[in-house]
Design a protein around this ligand. Structure first.
Ligand code: ZN
Ligand code: ZN
Length: 377
């Protein structure tokens, strides 16, 4: 499905206020509520997800501003590399009264209705960033990352109850995790369905808390994971390392680890795709007479031959000293701009010799200088 503009998805103008956005979202949610859209539940679910993604962005002042300025690029970071998932949705409260009793809703929001990572049967995805020296873009690297992970507490198997057994079915909701509340006003009865206040939607009542995790069923750890960064990675691109995210509570399948790769800024190399750019300053004698100068490259140094008669600011291309293509063998070029440094002081004898050599002998008046320039052009 091609990505549609969020305002278009919610059917509101760009100038819409928060109330208008919310009521439009609720109207659409009622329409694509999987109970109503029985004919095409798959399509409805996709639609429901699309409007929820749009709402997640437009209902948040900061996210909305970023999106207005930079479009989908701006929200990509918020949602992680895989795009919007129900894990990213934070406004379920705005729909609870509409959809609280819907089993599909429960399934969609399962991971946070229960309040625990991994209750959906799979561990959570984890995103970290790593900053490497620029040379790693050429040679690759194998950094060891510190990854903060959340997994089930080993002492209570993630239940939060002592030994995993000091637990019973919630007496208030009978294990459903939801309660209905009826309120009568005049002849009308209002029924709302919301998470059970006693068990906060888990459907279980802990008799004695697990001392290790103090009842929340999760344990935070920091794992050291060595990863392989291949040569040729672009600034900001993301590596996916399957199975190294958080552990699931009820299953052995862990989430994935996503590593955003960035490079330290270099004071002498500028990167543009596979091309590298640098500069070199040489004394006048080299471009005048020809010679060799040492150029700083991505990995170290290289010798650059400068032929006699080279003009200032000339660019030289050093083949194969740029950045490699991702997973490719060929490399771009290093483009060197040569600046020429003129001597700051000359002795009288040197001046004389130069005048003679450059044909500016005895030039004392502006008239003679002009003729020197005329002769060049
Ligand atoms: Zn309960
Ligand atoms: Zn525990």
């Amino acid at each position: 499905m091609a990505k549609r503009d969020y305002y278009e998805v919610l059917g509101v103008p760009k100038t819409a206020g928060a109330d208008e956005i919310k009521s439009s979202y609720r109207r659409l949610a009622r329409q694509y509520h999987p109970d109503v859209a029985k004919e095409d539940p798959k399509g409805a679910e996709a639609k429901f997800k699309e409007i929820s993604e749009a709402y997640e962005v437009l209902a948040d002042e900061q996210k909305r501003r970023n999106y207005d300025q930079r479009g989908f690029d701006a929200v990509q970071n918020d949602f992680g590399p895989g795009g919007f998932t129900w894990q990213n949705f934070t406004h379920q409260g705005d729909l609870e009264d509409l959809l609280g009793s819907n089993p599909l809703f429960q399934q969609l929001f399962g991971s946070f209705v229960g309040g625990s990572a991994g209750r959906s049967g799979r561990g959570s995805d984890v995103e970290v960033a790593v900053r490497l020296p620029l040379v790693a873009a050429v040679e690759g690297a194998q950094p060891t990352l510190e990854v903060p992970l959340t997994g089930p507490c080993p002492d209570c198997q993630g239940t939060g109850a002592k030994d995993g057994t000091a637990i019973e079915v919630c007496p208030e909701c009978g294990g459903v995790g939801q309660v209905r509340r009826a309120r009568t006003r005049g002849y009308t009865q209002f029924v709302t369905v919301g998470p059970c206040p006693t068990c906060r939607g888990t459907g279980r009542k802990i008799l004695e808390k697990c001392p290790t995790c103090r009842g929340n069923g999760r344990r935070r750890t920091v794992e050291h994971i060595e990863i392989k960064v291949p040569p040729g990675m672009e600034e900001g691109s993301v590596l996916r390392i399957p199975g190294h995210g958080g552990q699931g509570l009820d299953s052995e399948r862990a989430g994935d680890l996503f590593v955003q790769v960035m490079f330290e800024a270099s004071d002498h190399i500028r990167r543009e795709g596979t091309e590298a750019y640098t500069e070199a300053t040489v004394p006048l004698a080299i471009p005048l007479l020809g010679g060799v100068t040492t150029v700083r490259t991505i990995e170290g140094h290289a010798e650059l031959k400068i032929p006699a008669g080279t003009q200032p600011e000339t660019q030289f291309r050093m083949r194969g000293l740029g950045f490699p293509r991702f997973r490719g063998s060929s490399r771009g070029d290093l483009v060197v701009t040569v600046h020429v440094e003129l001597p700051r002081s000359l002795s009288g004898r040197e001046k004389e010799q130069l005048r003679e050599a450059l044909g500016a002998d005895g030039a004392t008046s502006t008239g003679r200088k002009e003729s020197f320039f005329h002769r060049r052009s």
